[in-house]
Design a protein. Structure first.
Length: 236
């Protein structure tokens, strides 16, 4: 399923087309009713570059977002973590705009767009109540954030040569002890389930850590992950 989306991203699509493709394709099984994508050209503000399925009132309100605004999208961008929120709670954040309607029951998922290990934007989806938040594929959401990072870095005019916003600077690459353990076992050919059994983690935790390492090292496969970590002497 992910192949057609990757192919689309290589064609320099507009943000609106990317949002629509996500909602109608990869995220279709999860009851997504709206999708939004933001660029972070500087560390003070998120600017919407793609939207699909949103009421005009909400789209206008979320076109430009200060990073001081206390909403899940900003939290996800600043923390580089997925943020899941009840949609009724999410809609309470629209008290600044009186004509925004209540969104009704459901859930929102906000995810950072990451490139070279740093947040350069964010995307968010809203889901209907009939779809449990527990059935959402976290690995898929993180992978989408990674793929959007490659697309966004290639389409932004205000990035430096390394594909990172110049005002954000660069972060030193390092792995946690948990990630180092997982990486060592990947190098031995262990599967996620085998690693989980050896380290007493859940398989989901192992997969999430693998995705985080891929994001940080800007690689696609486990083989490339091990090779790049060895090149950077991160797996010692």
């Amino acid at each position: 399923m992910i192949g057609p989306f990757v192919q689309l991203l290589t064609c320099s699509p507009s943000g609106d087309l990317v949002a629509k493709s996500l909602q109608m394709g990869l995220l279709a099984p999860f009851g997504v009713i709206s999708t939004m994508i933001w660029n972070a050209p500087h560390p003070r503000e998120l600017i919407q570059i793609g939207s699909y399925g949103n009421p005009d009132e909400i789209q206008r309100f979320l076109r430009r977002i200060s990073v001081r605004t206390d909403i899940p999208i900003v939290e996800a961008y600043l923390s580089a973590q997925i943020v899941v929120t009840d949609l009724e709670e999410f809609s309470d954040n629209f008290h600044l705009v009186t004509d925004v309607p209540k969104l009704g029951p459901g859930g929102s998922v906000s995810c950072p767009i990451v490139h070279n290990g740093m947040s350069i934007g964010a995307f968010a989806i809203m889901r209907t109540r009939s779809h449990s938040m527990a059935d959402l594929d976290v690995d898929l959401i993180q992978t989408i954030g990674y793929l959007l990072g490659l697309w966004l870095a290639n389409t932004r005019a205000d990035l430096d040569d390394d594909g990172v916003p110049s005002e954000l600077g660069t972060a030193p690459l390092s792995l946690t002890d948990r990630q180092t353990q997982i990486l060592h076992l990947i190098g031995e050919g262990c599967t996620s389930d085998e690693i989980a059994a050896q380290l007493a983690f859940s398989s989901s935790t192992v997969k999430q850590e693998v995705v985080r390492m891929k994001l940080a090292l800007n690689v696609y496969s486990r083989e490339d992950l091990v090779a790049e970590a060895r090149r950077l002497s991160l797996n010692s």
